[in-house]
Structure formats: C-alpha cells, structure tokens
Design a binder for this molecule. Structure first.
Ligand code: SF4
Ligand code: SF4
Length: 246
C-alpha cells in the first residue's frame, strides 16, 4: 500500500484539469505567418510534400498540411512559425486556411447536434487507410490525461450505437464499402468528423490510385480536425466547440 502511494506521489497529477487551456510544450500546432513580401525563392512551395503552402499571399492550408516543418526550415525570412496552440478545428474545410493576420475560421456550434449530443456523444472510429498515428492520438483522447468521458463523450464498438463517425485515413478503395456500411448503420441524427490531413484532403495520398473519396463528396464532414496526426486536445476542443460545451 505504501509503495503504491509513493508511486502515485511520484507520478503527480496525471489528468489535465482543463483541456481547453493547455498548450502542450513542444507541440507543432497552429501556424502563424508573418506579413510582408516574400523573397522570390518559393523554397517553401518546393519543399512542401502536399502543396499546402502558397505565396502571394503567403498561406497554409491546414486541410493539406502534414506539419512536417520543412517550410520553416527552408524559409530565408522566417515567415512561418508553428505555435503550440492545439485549437485548429473548423466546421468548413475552407476555414482551415491560415494567412498573415488571419487564422482558422472559428467553429460555429451546431444547435441541433448540441441539443441531441451536448450531454452524451458516442463515437465510432473508422480507419480508412491511414498510418495508425491518427488512431493512436484519438485513442489517447479517452485516456486518463485527456479524459474526454468527463464531457459524456466516448467510443463505441458498433456504428449502431454511434452518434458520429470519426474518419481517419485518405479513404482507400478497399475501405470505401466498409465506411459506407458503417455510416448507413448509424441512426439519425448523426454526423461525420474528418480527422487528420488524410481524411480531410487525402494528405500525402491525395493523388494515389487506390483512393476512393466519393463517400466524402456525398456525406460532407460536419467537423474538420487538422493535423498529422492531430493532438488529442485538437480533437477534443473541436468537439466541445462544435457541441457548444462550455
Ligand atoms: S509544414 Fe505544412 S505547409 Fe509546411 S512544408 Fe510541411 S506540409 Fe507544407
Ligand atoms: S493524417 Fe498523418 S497521421 Fe493521420 S493517417 Fe494520415 S499520414 Fe497518418
């Protein structure tokens, strides 16, 4: 017993008291761009693996960005900087564009979904060809640190018990039918959350031959959570904002 208490004392407090206020040290989160004229090098565009960055005006599309930091490394004028701010989700893919002086479009809470799911939300996760990093971070959202269950949010095994489908991966042809089956099995009202650059835009695999994103064209995500992978706080804060949970 004494040993257990001493281990507990050494570990200290593990849970994050307020998931809304944390800015994890070392996190490569929301980028900030500096206003001004670019040198004509276009080095950032050449270095970017997903064509997420453009110049004139300088902008980063977080729908595509894989947060690799290459644009920061090659920019001779230090015009790109990643901050530890995890809040970057948006209700529109076009709202994920970051420019000098403007950031991600704030989430507009959905009143219908807030009424239905503001006190209890069940999520079914489907990995549709991703690398498993997004899935690991989503799993962490339910661990003792982030503890999304404190808001009544939890994972379920069956789409029949789910209110929202949380999609990761670029949506491969192999997974297209399974995603559709899962969605069709869910009761209404329901919504779709796209997590990670792969799910939002195809990410690194956007031009791949094995991709079938027709489901996403038909069923538009209600919430876009950028990152590669997104931090659990990016996911959790996105959901809380979307459902209007204070
Ligand atoms: S951090 Fe994003 S914008 Fe910059 S090079 Fe990598 S993918 Fe492109
Ligand atoms: S967005 Fe990044 S971390 Fe998530 S599945 Fe795609 S490659 Fe992996």
């Amino acid at each position: 017993m004494l040993k257990a208490l001493s281990v507990r004392a050494q570990q200290g407090r593990q849970f994050i008291p307020d998931p809304r206020s944390g800015r994890p040290e070392g996190l490569r989160g929301l980028p900030v761009l500096t206003a001004g004229e670019c040198a004509s090098c276009r080095a950032c565009m050449a270095a970017c693996p997903t064509s997420a960055i453009a110049v004139d005006p300088l902008q980063i599309d977080l729908a595509r960005c894989v947060f690799c930091n290459e644009c920061v490394v090659v920019c001779p004028d230090d015009r790109v900087r990643f901050t530890p701010e995890p809040s970057m989700a948006s209700t529109r893919a076009s709202g994920l564009l970051v420019r000098a002086g403007s950031s991600v479009e704030p989430i507009v809470p959905d009143e219908v979904f807030r009424r239905h799911f503001g006190r209890s939300l069940r999520l079914r996760q489907v990995s549709a060809g991703g690398c498993n990093a997004c899935e690991l971070e989503l799993n962490a959202a339910a661990n003792v640190n982030f503890d999304m269950q404190r808001y009544g949010i939890d994972w379920v095994a069956s789409p029949r018990h789910a209110d929202a489908l949380v999609l990761t991966g670029p949506l491969t042809q192999q997974m297209a039918a399974a995603v559709r089956l899962g969605w069709d099995a869910m009761p209404e009202p329901r919504f779709l959350v796209a997590v990670g650059a792969c799910a939002i835009s195809g990410g690194l695999y956007a031009d791949g031959d094995a991709i079938d994103r027709s489901f996403l064209s038909e069923v538009g995500p209600a919430l876009f959570v950028p990152g590669c992978p997104p931090h659990p706080l990016t996911f959790l804060r996105g959901l809380l904002d979307f459902l209007g949970i204070a």
